[in-house]
Design a protein around this ligand. Structure first.
Ligand SMILES: [Fe+2]
Length: 260
């Protein structure tokens, strides 16, 4: 199964909306066009949060229309900039949805909600964790990929690690009991992250708009181009994955931006 992950699109109500000097709709379109031209066609798209910066229905409607044009199933989860209720009602069509559990051949993919209303950091509540463990235990023949917005391990930036998932221990308590969990995938960090937790592959991904400077304790913008992550989930449980970026950083990117 081939997957395209898009994350942290930060679209706006207006098509002219900008973040750190760049038009986030333009970079979103460019990233999707690049993926269509450079990567094998995916079986599905996973959108891992911060999809609409101002969480407006108009922003979600525009995003849904763009995604529907690609003609493949899209599953969305919320980030701290999204409003889950608005997102769930707008991202609802024959191709685009917000299902939390996706069964695809011998894989189970979870799209967990780690948002806390009004806060930047994340938390997996009891219901999400019970859903996760219940489905994994009922489908022991399936390999598992867990997706959420917030990072469950530090990425090495003090400001970003203060707004991480606040209860990673509860998540790892479950994954440690089930060796069929193969990967955990997130957005939020606007940078590539690769790691392992025991035998589980950990993957953080770039944004389709602005990138954050890795390894910096204070907020900073990186001059890397917008990008996306592709994954190939093998029947054996192996995950192949990598990041693909645009050839150029948008010329109007303001590297001196001090927040977002
Ligand atoms: Fe974001």
């Amino acid at each position: 199964m081939r997957i395209l992950q898009i994350s942290d699109c930060h679209l706006y109500r207006e098509s002219t909306g900008e973040l750190a000097g760049i038009n986030t709709l333009d970079t979103f379109d460019a990233v999707l066009a690049m993926a269509g031209a450079c990567l094998p066609a995916p079986d599905l798209i996973l959108a891992t949060g911060d999809l609409v910066h101002d969480a407006t229905p108009q922003g979600y409607d525009r995003l849904r229309e763009r995604l529907e044009a690609h003609g493949m199933p899209v599953y969305c989860l919320a980030g701290n900039h999204d409003k889950p209720a608005v997102m769930n009602s707008c991202m609802d069509s024959s191709l685009v949805g917000t299902s939390k559990v996706i069964r695809y051949y011998d894989w189970l993919i979870f799209m967990l909600n780690s948002t806390i209303p009004g806060q930047e950091g994340g938390h997996l509540d009891k219901l999400e964790l019970e859903l996760l463990e219940g489905e994994i235990s009922e489908n022991p023949e399936c390999h598992v990929l867990i997706c959420l917005h917030h990072h469950p391990v530090p990425v090495g930036s003090a400001w970003m690690d203060r707004i991480a998932l606040d209860n990673p221990g509860d998540l790892f308590l479950i994954t440690d009991r089930y060796p069929q969990v193969r990967g955990i995938l997130w957005g939020h960090v606007h940078q590539t992250f690769e790691g392992m937790h025991q035998d589980i592959r950990l993957m953080g991904s770039p944004s389709t708009c602005i990138q954050f400077l890795p390894g910096h304790d204070l907020f900073g913008i990186d001059n890397l181009p917008p990008g996306t992550r592709w994954l190939e989930l093998m029947p054996t449980g192996v995950i192949h994955s990598g990041v693909q970026r645009l050839n150029q950083t948008p010329v109007k990117l303001d590297l001196h931006t001090i927040g977002y």
